[in-house]
Ligand binder design. Structure first.
Ligand SMILES: Nc1ncnc2c1ncn2[C@@H]1O[C@H](COP(=O)(O)OP(=O)(O)OP(=O)(O)O)[C@@H](O)[C@H]1O
Length: 418
């Protein structure tokens, strides 16, 4: 199997917002919105980035494009660190790196026609001039499923789905190869979500695009993602191939997010995990593992030692002591508190952050208790594990949304495939 080349590599990216107070505007702390994330996006690949509201997804997406200036880290685009580039170099690179925003209404200037909105970037980057610009905009509108005659309209004359198509056309105008889709479908109706996801997938094939697809809901990213990164409080808790993540989620947080997806087939319904409370403040994240205050399987080291990222099976990375041979508990009661028992590791776990010789010192494999399927009935002080019930969907603190359904968006006339 040939592996596509890496297009974008994010290394230990951090974005801390300073908190200033007092007469002299002294810095008294910082919001650690993104606190050392690493992942890569290959050519023609979609990486989903999911997590609850406030965990730092938007900040991560904007920081890696330098729409926000990162505090630390590296972002290598085709091997070049874009965080070290000067303004001129960055301006010309902007063509290749685009973003689609969540709210298509506030991201489109209400005083500008669609021709000016999309044509602005084309003219600025001297991709075309004069009447060619109009031709290009008409072609782009057609490609995203809108009539070319809409070119003279204003954003308020469109529906939400149509406006998002305009946003996609604008992102495509400069022929980019990487697009951050920041909650690009979250504000849309379920049926329209499916339309837009299908459009993005078609465009990906046609233009060899790579996406970082940000969403707060695992059911939305499933259809479009090749790999998925699950984010919690500024860090990546788990990163794996899409199918692997859904079939064998390791991190208790991922398991909680997955359990929140409504499952129409009663036989496939798993236990619903209700996470108590909100994501803690990124100003003062919990000590040790950031998820320990809400984790059903929390044990002693989780409260004091920050977990490292390990790779229990090739390509499946997780930041959790349960899978780290140095800390993995032998107590079956701790493992039984996990609502989904992980598959046995197929190879020796490695510390992906540590040098090779250090990683090779890890020998003991984590010891799940061997129970097949759902085993837990215990709940910790902080997390309540409840049997999944249809009515439970509304009671979850974990954000959920319906999976995109088959439906057609009347004005677009494109059939849903999701
Ligand atoms: N400009 C800012 N100054 C200070 N704090 C900020 C700023 N922007 C974001 N934050 C904080 O950083 C954290 C992460 O915010 P971010 O918007 O990236 O999260 P998110 O996962 O995208 O959430 P949502 O899905 O609600 O957009 C939040 O606690 C937020 O309050």
């Amino acid at each position: 199997m040939s592996v596509a080349p890496t297009l974008l590599e994010v290394r230990n990216l951090k974005k801390h917002f300073p908190i200033k107070k007092g007469l002299f505007n002294r810095q008294v702390g910082s919001v650690k919105a993104v606190d050392g994330i690493s992942f890569e996006v290959n050519a023609n690949e979609t990486v989903g980035l999911v997590g609850e509201s406030g965990c730092g997804k938007t900040t991560a997406g904007r920081s890696l494009l330098r729409l926000l200036e990162p505090t630390d880290g590296e972002v290598l685009y085709k091997g070049q660190d874009i965080l070290k580039m000067g303004p001129a170099e960055m301006r010309s690179l902007r063509r290749n790196l685009q973003i689609i925003f969540q709210d298509p209404f506030s991201s489109l200037n209400p005083r500008m026609t669609i021709e000016s909105i999309i044509g602005e970037a084309i003219t600025f980057h001297k991709v075309a001039q004069g009447p060619e610009v109009r031709e290009m905009v008409e072609g782009l509108l057609e490609r995203v499923g809108l009539q070319p005659s809409y070119i003279t309209r204003y954003p308020h004359e469109f529906s939400g789905g149509q406006r998002q198509r305009v946003g996609i056309a604008r992102a495509l105008a400069l022929n980019p190869d990487f697009i951050v889709c920041d909650e690009a479908v979250s504000a849309l109706d379920v049926s329209v979500q499916a339309q837009v996801i299908n459009l993005l997938m078609d465009l990906q094939q046609e233009y060899n695009l790579s996406y970082l697809f940000i969403a707060h809901d695992l059911s939305v990213v499933q259809h479009i993602s090749d790999r998925i990164a699950v984010m919690y409080l500024g860090q990546i808790a788990e990163f794996a191939e899409c199918d692997e993540l859904y079939e064998n989620p390791l991190h208790p947080y991922t398991q909680a997010l997955l359990s929140a997806i409504p499952q129409p087939n009663p036989r496939r319904r798993a236990q619903r995990i209700i996470l108590k409370g909100d994501v803690p403040s990124p100003m003062n994240p919990p000590s040790g593992c950031r998820f320990h205050t809400r984790c059903p399987a929390c044990f002693a080291p989780c409260k004091t030692v920050e977990p490292r990222t390990v790779e229990p099976t090739p390509g499946h990375k997780v930041r959790c002591h349960l899978y780290d041979p140095e800390f993995a508990p032998n107590d079956p009661d701790i493992w039984a508190r996990l609502p989904r028992q992980p598959d046995a590791p197929k190879s020796e776990p490695v510390d992906v952050a540590a040098p090779a010789n250090e990683a090779s010192s890890t020998t003991d494999a984590p010891a799940p208790d061997g129970t097949d399927g759902v085993a837990s009935t215990e709940a910790s002080e902080t997390t309540e594990v409840a049997e999944n019930a249809e009515a439970g969907a509304e009671s979850s603190d974990v954000s959920t949304a319906e999976a995109p359904a088959e439906s057609a968006e009347p004005e677009a006339g494109e059939q849903s495939k999701v």
